[in-house]
Structure formats: C-alpha cells, structure tokens
Design a protein around this ligand. Structure first.
Ligand code: ZN
Length: 331
C-alpha cells in the first residue's frame, strides 16, 4: 500500500513536469525598444524644493524618456512643459490620489488621466481604493498602488482584491517606506510572491517619489533612485501606459537590461554591461522559491514543469537591482 500510494502522488507530478503543453506566455514585442521613465515623483513648489519645470528638466537631462509628475491631488498636464517636450522626452499627465478608508489614508497614482480624481472617503480601505481605481480607469488612465508598506498599510490595502489594478510599487526611493519590511512585516518582494502564488497578476514598479532636488543624500527623497523601462514601438503616452499596464517593462535601481527574450520554454535576459560589471541573476518562482542563480550574461532559465510563474531579480556589484516581471506558465 505504501508503495502504491507513493506512485499515485508521484505520477501526476512527473506528468506535470513533462507536460509538453506547459509553456511560457509570450508577448509580441516585435519592433519594440526600451523607454526609461518614472511614474511617481513630485515637483510642485509647496511639496518640494523645485518647480515643475526644473524637475522635468532634471529627468530629461538624466536620460529619462517619459515622466509622470504625480503631485498630490493635482494633475500636472504636459501643456505646461511644451518647451521640454520633443521626440526624446514625453511628459504624461498624472496625479497622486488619496483614498481614505475607515480613517486610514492610502494612495494610488493615476497615470495618463485627463482630470483630477477627487479624494474618496469610504468605510474601508479596499472600498475607497476600489472607487479611486475605477475613477482612473473610467478616464482611460492606469492606476498604481503606491508604497504599500509605508506606515505598514499593506495589510489593509488588499492588493489581492478584485480591483482593476495590475501595478504596485515594489521599490520607492522615498526613505522610510519599508520596501524590505521588518521582523514583523513582509517586504514587498515577499508580498509580491504571495500574491502571484495565489494567482493574482501584479507587476512591480520602481519609482522615486522624489521631493528634494537641491541636495542629494541617502536620507533625502531625491530623484533617480527607482525607474521603469517600458517596451514600446514608439514614445507615445497611450502605448507606453498600455504596455506598462500589461507588464511589458522591468523595474530598476540601476541595472540596465539589453533584452528579455521569452520563448515557449526559455527566458533569456541579456544585461547591458558597459562597465564589465558582474551580475547575479536569480530566477524566482511560486512562494518566492529560488529556482536558479547564475552569473551568466545572458542569464537563461528553462521551464522545468511545475512553475506557475517565473520572475527574475538581477543584482550588480554595486548592489543596484533590476526586477523582471513574472512570466506566466500556460498549461
Ligand atoms: Zn508621492
């Protein structure tokens, strides 16, 4: 009996591992290139030490191709930045929106919106978030859950809920937002794996949430700490936002990626290596399990069978990181 029981549980596992139908989900990226941008930063003089013009100039001069200034409860429209807008640099309208549920304030970003979204007050955080997200979507905008671990709000934000929001901030450059958690609270990567393992499709953004441009120090919220690179055929707000929303991007604190190639059974990540730096790429699967760790460039991962998703984190010698969005497995 013991022997038979073992076979019964072993055979399905082997069949799953060998199932020829298991394959990575692929997107058509023909003709696309990378566009570096930031989705959450501030520029209004009463929130920062700069101006909208000067902040946008900083991002343009530092190689960003698109910029969403997300001041609180105020949409910054590209029309105020026409002197900086050209084929190399695209401002996209946005706003940081406050949702208040049961007396707790939380925030989302509304990207590429046409008008300001009023503050919502409701009985619970999920209810307030849900209404704010719906307001962003109604305008054709893209919502992002902002810094969920700030003030340990993650537990009340219900990222797994039925909201039509596919993006959250995994890394935010603002000091004290608890990206990595502590002994009592999960870090954002751990939370991400829990949600992905439970079947939620969520993509991770890195952002600045910058407020200080005049003096740079690790304890100040400076620009240039976290960004995304979105794959698109052209620098167009609708295309950039749509592709961000469906996970066609990576997030970074300094590591740059040349290409990500996904075939039916393999993921290949080529890293931009201008300084002949050493990289470590970790491929991670359900429950945050480390599937493969390699110093190769390109880094490769071959589908072995039981994974439901595979994502990757790359670290360089200086400790800078990049996060590849999860590639889901179809059976
Ligand atoms: Zn902010």
């Amino acid at each position: 009996m013991k022997h038979r029981f073992r076979i019964c549980i072993w055979i399905p596992a082997v069949l799953a591992a060998c199932a020829p139908s298991a394959r990575f989900e692929k997107s058509d990226i023909t003709g696309m290139s990378w566009f570096k941008g930031v989705t959450h930063t501030h520029a209004r003089p009463d929130e920062t030490d700069t101006t909208v013009q000067a902040a946008a100039k900083w991002y343009k001069e530092n190689g960003y191709r698109f910029l969403v200034i997300t001041d609180h409860d105020t949409v910054v429209f590209p029309s105020v930045l026409t002197d900086l807008t050209d084929s190399s640099f695209l401002p996209i309208p946005g706003e940081e929106i406050t949702a208040i549920g049961g007396g707790i304030d939380v925030e989302i970003s509304g990207l590429n919106i046409r008008r300001s979204v009023p503050r919502v007050t409701d009985q619970s955080v999920p209810a307030a978030l849900s209404r704010s997200i719906a307001s962003v979507r109604e305008q054709g905008g893209v919502p992002v859950f902002n810094h969920p671990n700030y003030q340990w709000r993650l537990g009340s934000m219900d990222l797994a809920g039925g909201n039509d929001c596919s993006l959250f901030e995994l890394f935010v450059g603002f000091p004290g937002v608890n990206n990595e958690g502590d002994s009592l609270h999960p870090g954002m990567e751990q939370a991400w794996d829990s949600l992905l393992t439970a079947g939620k499709r969520l993509y991770a953004v890195a952002s600045d949430d910058a407020h200080v441009y005049g003096r740079f120090s690790p304890d100040l919220p400076n620009p240039g700490r976290g960004w995304v690179a979105v794959q698109a055929r052209r620098l167009d707000a609708a295309e950039i936002m749509s592709n961000l929303d469906r996970g066609l991007f990576y997030s970074s604190t300094g590591v740059e990626i040349e290409r990500i190639r996904v075939s039916s059974r393999r993921i290949e990540i080529a890293l931009r290596d201008a300084d002949h730096s050493r990289f470590v790429t970790e491929f991670i699967g359900p429950s945050g399990r480390l599937l493969r760790k390699t110093g190769d460039n390109p880094a490769m991962y071959t589908l072995s069978g039981p994974e439901t998703y595979v994502r990757a984190r790359i670290t360089n010698e200086q400790g800078a990181l990049a996060w590849i969005q999860p590639v889901f497995v179809i059976r």
